[in-house]
Every structure is written in structure tokens, then in C-alpha cells.
Write a protein that binds this ligand. Sequence first.
Ligand code: NAD
Length: 242
Amino acid sequence: MRSQLENKVIWITGALGLIGRASIIQFLEKGAIVIGTDIEDIQQFKEAPALQEKYGDRLMLFISDATVEEQVVASVKKIISKYGRIDGLFHNVYTQIWKTTTDITLEEWNKVMVGTLTSTFLVNKYVIPCMIEAGTGAIVNTSSILGKIPMRNTAVAYSAAKAAINHMTLIHAVEYAKYGLRANVIVPGDIKTEDYEVQDLNNLLGRSGRPEEVAELASFLLSDAASYITGSLYPIDGGFMR
Ligand SMILES: NC(=O)c1ccc[n+]([C@@H]2O[C@H](COP(=O)([O-])OP(=O)(O)OC[C@H]3O[C@@H](n4cnc5c(N)ncnc54)[C@H](O)[C@@H]3O)[C@@H](O)[C@H]2O)c1
């Protein structure tokens, strides 16, 4: 079985980001029907017009805030009414504030929790019933090495939220496996575009990862080639978490 996505309806959240944009392009190339949503104006995605021209109805991009329940519900309705199903979810939305426990305010903490953890909960919450109804589906939530490895002077709220995403996703894998749903987590290290000047990364490969490499892992986990894989965390970090 190949790691292809022929005619799979895949929703990518945080679609305007580094990983989101690379995933849109790669998933379309692999035969998927792709829905990309982001809080920012989708027109900022400069490749969008050419992709829309090439793929037509196989690509739908629209603005949707993953932290607002009504917008998540409306997005799911929009996808279902156009394509009839959601075969895969690749969730990338997050909020980052780089502060330690003694520095971060409660307001900032809550902002990060809502932007990172609650957004994941909400999108998963409304996608899962569609997958249960279909009797099949795959969820990939994006975490971070910060959610696995405690580090000094780091982003405490983001790290805690990512750790919670890891656990929540595994709960989804346990809870909904009987309905044919698979749920996994991607755990990226430092991901940048190729032309980024790499500093000391302390990983085995001595470079940042590329968004396309993360997209490749996500597409594998969303594809039928990963049909026996659920409830797992997948580091993609150049060997940082060895
Ligand atoms: N790039 C890295 O080095 C790295 C490392 C570890 C983990 N990650 C994780 O990978 C995922 C994607 O990262 P990225 O580098 O592509 O990020 P990015 O900042 O390039 O893109 C994130 C996108 O999410 C959108 N977004 C933010 N809040 C939103 C909301 N409420 N609703 C809808 N969209 C919203 C932003 O507008 C942005 O386009 C994130 O979960 C991030 O935590 C990235």
C-alpha cells in the first residue's frame, strides 16, 4: 500500500503556516481533496491562485478561527456539505508566548491554552463524529518536542498545552478505535524553510527540518499505508529526542 491520499478529504488547520502550506501542496500532489483553514486571510498564500487553477474544486481555502466553537462547527458543516465526509484532519493551530512560569501572566497563560489546547480540542470534537459516522478516519495533531522534553527558560504554557495535546490525542485513539478512527501525534523539532541559517540545534543531523518533511510524515499517517498505526507519537526532530 503506498503512502498516497487518492481522493481522501483532508482538512488542514493553520493552513497558512509553514507546515500548513507545504502540506496543502504535497497532499494535493498525492491526490487528496484539501480544505485549508486559517485565522488569517487565505489570500496571503501566494501559491493559492495557481493551485486553485490547477486543482479547482479539489482545493477549498477559507478563514476560520479554530478557537471559536461556532466557526469550527460552521467549518465542519461547510466541508461536509461540499464533500460529504472528512477522511483526515491535520491540526496545526497554536499560540506561542515565550515566557516562564514566573514571567507569564494569567491572561497570557489562558491565551496560549485556548490557542493551542482548546483549538485542538474543538476541532477534534467536531471532526470525530463525522469520522464515527463514516466508520473511518485519521487525525494527526501537531505537538512539539517542548511538549515532551522539559527545558529551561522555555515557553511553559505552550509546552504544557502540547503535552496535553499528546495525551488528549492518545485518549481519542483509545476512545474511538472501535469506530475505525486512528489518532496520532507528530512531534516536530525545529522546522524552518531551507534558506534559514541554522544555529546550534543539538540534534544528530545538525540542521533544521523542512516543512515538506513534516508534511511527508503527516501524509503517511493520514494515508491507508498507516492503517495499523494509532495512539502513537512521532518525533520528527533530526534525532533531538534520542
Ligand atoms: N515550525 C517549528 O519549528 C515547529 C516546531 C515544533 C512544533 N511546531 C508545531 O507545528 C504546527 C505548525 O507550525 P508552523 O511552523 O507551521 O506554524 P506557523 O506559525 O507558520 O503557522 C501557524 C498558522 O496557524 C494560524 N493560526 C493561529 N491561530 C489560529 C486560530 N485560532 N485559528 C486558525 N488558524 C490559526 C496562523 O495564522 C498560522 O498561519 C504548530 O502546532 C506548531 O506548534 C512547529
